[in-house]
Write a protein that binds this ligand. Structure first.
Ligand SMILES: Cc1cc2nc3c(=O)[nH]c(=O)nc-3n(C[C@H](O)[C@H](O)[C@H](O)COP(=O)(O)O)c2cc1C
Length: 209
């Protein structure tokens, strides 16, 4: 499988070159992320694709991750703060339209989701949304590797700062996880020539037959 070779090729880049990733490749990565699975299928996070240098400079403050500023693109995965009845209603309506169903055909699903999410605290819903965002992060890593675009997933950032700079709270969102995209500066990245470290497969996985 070509994918395995691409996953062996990728690593979490520490130092990027100045080369920019084409918008076509960025759009393919965004499309792949949008195709990610999510629990209940309601995509409870949004993606911000940031190139603006001023914005990135502010986001990079207080982080040891220079990749926030020094890479081609920065992607921010922002989870929902709550799962509202209105959001579920609109999403189910879109589902009915995209599947050419009659209006109301998915009312049982809608009521089930509204009932379930109303039993959860806002904190539980926010944590759940972030978990879904991480699935998107995984897709982004794989899609980037397929395109031979380098990437660094990052939790080393100040979520509060990101929320403030990007105005996420007003949008009912919070920064969950981020990823930089670009091209490795092999000569100046100490990790570029290091072997990948992983557990032996039989220690990592157990087949129960
Ligand atoms: C959710 C997540 C958060 C991470 N946060 C950071 C980070 O803040 N800074 C960083 O340089 N690398 C970060 N990494 C990269 C990991 O250190 C890296 O994936 C791990 O060491 C495995 O190495 P590899 O990805 O190069 O194969 C993160 C990875 C993941 C999946």
């Amino acid at each position: 499988m070509e994918l395995i070779k691409n996953l062996e090729w990728r690593y979490a880049v520490k130092k990027y070159s100045d080369e920019l990733v084409s918008e076509d490749k960025i759009d393919q990565i965004i499309k792949a992320i949008n195709l990610s699975a999510s629990s209940c299928g309601i995509q409870p996070y949004r993606l911000f694709v940031i190139t603006n240098p001023e914005v990135r400079k502010r986001l990079a403050e207080a982080s040891f991750n220079v990749q926030i500023m020094d890479s081609s693109h920065l992607l921010v995965f922002a989870g929902f703060n709550e799962i509202t009845n209105d959001y579920i209603t609109d999403y189910i309506e879109m589902m009915e339209q995209q599947r050419s169903l009659e209006a109301g055909a998915l009312n049982i699903l809608k009521d089930t989701l509204i009932g379930y999410f109303s039993t959860q605290t806002p904190e539980q819903n926010a944590i759940w949304s972030s978990k879904q965002a991480y699935i998107g992060l995984g897709t982004a890593l794989i899609a980037a590797a397929e395109l031979k675009v380098d990437a660094t997933p990052m939790e080393g950032f100040d979520p509060k700062l990101f929320d403030d700079v990007l105005g996420l709270s007003e949008k009912g969102l919070h920064a969950s996880v981020i990823i930089s995209l670009g091209y490795r500066d092999s000569a100046n990245d100490f990790l570029s020539s290091m072997p990948k470290v992983r557990l032996p497969i039989n220690e990592f996985s157990t087949k129960i037959t």
